[in-house]
Structures are given as structure tokens and as C-alpha cells.
Design a protein around this ligand. Structure first.
Ligand code: PLP
Length: 358
């Protein structure tokens, strides 16, 4: 029986071949007589899994050698605190507030630094002001952006050029497009959107930013110590690293980031076109140039139709389309692992629902 399509914002859909391989290897990984969950993180077997995942990731995103890649815990929200503890130097931090996630990053950075909003498009968060208009302080330790706002559906088409280290929260669209590393100081992403399962956070840190953690930074969250220990400073999220490795192999087989980039464009353009062509029955409120290719929040003109829409979608095999509680309405997340036929099925359901309620 075919599985339904899952549009959840996170934890999100995984490639079916990855789930099948994980199931097949659950009791016995490669003849070791053990599940990956039961292995020492210092064993040779786990070492293979770890190094293969790291190498694949570096290759997929063409990560230059001056960046260290760390496999950590803490999640996106954890790293909102861990970043200022590591590179804020207790000084000034400028945060570009373009949605709920960067707003949370600002609130958290304020606990450890003199953090200030360089711009704030709230409370609606439907636009992206030009970088030239941001209020950046010359002596800020870094500038923080969220390159894809998962809740509000706002995505930066490219990373801004700023003359201080740029910190990027790319949790919800990493691996959906190439990264311009020349603009990045540090980039992090929780795994449960586009990489794998919850528990793993990817951190890419430029080497010159290491070695300046505040004394109060917990050692397990000190990027320098974690880098020196090759992400084995303490027990890493071993099973989540294994799943991420399977996803990286799957991505390579699909044609890598270039193929995902093209698919993200096709999937999102088709969905926005259907919404925009509905004569106002459905609406997405984000400025066209700022629309996310990964998370598409939308509304039905009469919000009383939202509940029947969701019930009918579920019956049609289209799961988890409810909007975030703070925004309401609906949201479709179009991550790498969501196949193109899922978007086609959603678009036919949009038409079907409008015919019956329009
Ligand atoms: C999901 C998400 C987070 C939070 O991740 P947690 O792992 O729940 O802490 C942070 N930033 C963005 C952009 C996200 O999409």
C-alpha cells in the first residue's frame, strides 16, 4: 500500500528508501550483530558511518577546507544560545528579524550579548527588506540571519554580503540549494527538516571563529572542543548521524544539491501558481520575491473552511497541512524528500476542494 504524502514542517518526511534501508539494518548493521543504536560511538563500525556521512556532506555542499563540520546536539534553538556563547565575545550582535525563528534567535542572543534587531519585519513577516537598509553596527561580533523562515514562509534568495561574520540558520532549507561559503562565517541546521531525524544539528564553522568561547560556555557546546575531538567530545547523536548519512547517499543518487535546487523551484512554482490562480479562494501573503521554496503558508478566504479542508486532505492521503499555531491557516512544506507527485496531488486537491466550496 502506498504511504500518504506528508507535508509536515518538521520533523518531516524522509525518503522512503532511507526508511526501508534503516528498517532492513535495524537488527544487524552490516553483519556486526548490532543495531547502530547499540554501538560504541568510538567503535570502528560507527567511525565508518560517521566519516562517510561527513565526507558526503562536505561533497554535497562543496564545503571549503577552512570550514569545520560539527555533528552536535541542541537543535536550532539550542544553537541560538550556543552561537553567541562561542563567537559573541560578550559584545554586540546584530540580528536580522524576518520571522518567528530569527525573533527567537534575537531573544536568546540577548541573554549572552548586546543583541539588537538590524531590521524587524514583524509582526506579519511577509517581506525581506534590502540588506542596504539594515542597521548594522561596525563593531558587532557577527550578523545573524535565518535564510528560510519555516513558520512565515520567507526565504532569502541569496545570502547577504556583510563585512562581519555572517551566522546563518539554514535549518529548514539546507541542501535545497548551493551555499555561497564566501559569505558565511558559521551556518547551522537542525536535521529534522531536510536532513534526517531530530537530535542532530549540523554546524559549519570557519576556523578563524574558533577559540573565542566565553568561559561560561558549556564544554559540550564549545565549538572549539567539539572540533578538536572530531565531534566525539561527548556521545554524538549516533543514530541521527547514521540516518543523515543514508539521506546524503540518497541525495547523491538523486543528482545532489543541483537536482534538489531544480526540484524545489518546480515544486514551489507549481504550488504558488495554483494558489495565485484561485481567484482569491486561496492566498499566500508573502511578497513574491521573498516567498519560500520550502515552506508555503496559505489561507482559504473563509477560515471556517480550514477544518473541512484538512479533513478532506487527510482522507485523500495528504497529511499535516495545518498552519503553525501562530499564523493559522495552512502550510505545505516541500522538503527534498517530498516527491513531485505529492505536489501534483496537493494541487488537484486544491482544485477539487475549491470546486466543492467555491
Ligand atoms: C525548526 C527550526 C528551528 C528549531 O529547531 P529545534 O531543533 O526545534 O530547536 C530553528 N530554526 C529554524 C529556521 C527552524 O526551522
Amino acid at each position: 500500500m502506498a504511504r500518504p504524502y506528508n507535508f509536515c514542517a518538521g520533523p518531516a518526511t524522509l525518503p522512503e528508501p532511507v526508511l526501508a534501508q534503516a528498517a532492513a539494518e535495524m537488527l544487524d548493521w552490516h553483519g556486526q550483530g548490532l543495531s547502530v543504536m547499540e554501538m560504541s560511538h568510538r567503535s570502528e563500525a560507527f567511525g565508518q558511518i560517521h566519516h562517510a556521512a561527513l565526507a558526503r556532506l562536505r561533497e554535497l555542499l562543496a564545503v571549503p577546507p577552512e570550514f569545520r563540520i560539527l555533528f552536535m546536539q541542541g537543535g536550532g534553538l539550542g544553537h541560538n544560545a550556543i552561537v553567541p556563547l562561542n563567537i559573541g565575545r560578550g559584545g554586540k550582535v546584530d540580528v536580522v528579524v524576518t520571522g518567528a525563528w530569527s525573533a527567537k534567535s534575537l531573544a536568546e542572543a540577548r541573554r549572552y550579548a548586546d543583541a539588537q534587531a538590524a531590521t524587524d519585519t514583524g509582526p506579519g513577516y511577509t517581506s525581506l527588506p534590502d540588506a542596504a537598509s539594515w542597521r548594522l553596527r561596525e563593531d558587532a561580533a557577527y550578523v545573524h540571519v535565518c535564510s528560510n523562515e519555516t513558520i512565515h514562509g520567507v526565504e532569502m534568495a541569496s545570502l547577504p554580503a556583510v563585512d562581519r561574520p555572517l551566522v546563518v540558520d539554514a535549518s529548514s532549507h539546507i541542501l535545497s540549494r548551493p551555499v555561497d561559503w564566501s559569505r558565511v562565517g558559521l551556518l547551522f541546521a537542525g536535521a529534522q527538516k531536510n536532513v534526517g531525524i531530530a537530535g542532530l544539528t549540523l554546524v559549519f564553522v570557519r576556523e578563524d571563529l574558533l577559540g573565542q568561547a566565553l568561559p561560561i560556555c558549556p564544554s559540550a557546546f564549545n565549538y572549539t572542543l567539539v572540533a578538536e575531538a572530531n565531534s566525539l567530545y561527548n556521545t554524538p547523536p549516533a543514530y541521527a548521524i547514521y540516518i543523515a548519512g543514508l539521506v546524503f547517499d540518497w541525495l547523491v543518487a538523486q543528482g545532489g544539491v543541483a537536482a534538489m535546487d531544480a526540484a524545489a523551484a518546480r515544486k514551489s512554482q507549481a504550488l504558488y501558481a495554483a494558489i495565485d490562480a484561485s481567484g482569491g479562494f486561496y492566498a499566500n501573503r508573502v511578497d513574491t520575491a521573498a516567498r519560500s521554496r520550502t515552506n508555503v503558508p496559505f489561507f482559504i478566504h473563509d477560515e471556517r473552511l480550514t477544518a473541512p479542508f484538512l479533513a478532506g486532505a487527510k482522507a485523500a492521503g495528504l497529511l499535516q497541512l495545518k498552519g503553525h499555531a501562530s499564523v493559522g491557516g495552512l502550510r505545505a512544506s516541500l522538503y527534498n524528500a517530498l516527491p513531485e507527485p505529492a505536489v501534483a496531488a496537493l494541487i488537484s486537491y486544491l482544485h477539487h476542494f475549491q470546486r466543492h466550496h467555491g
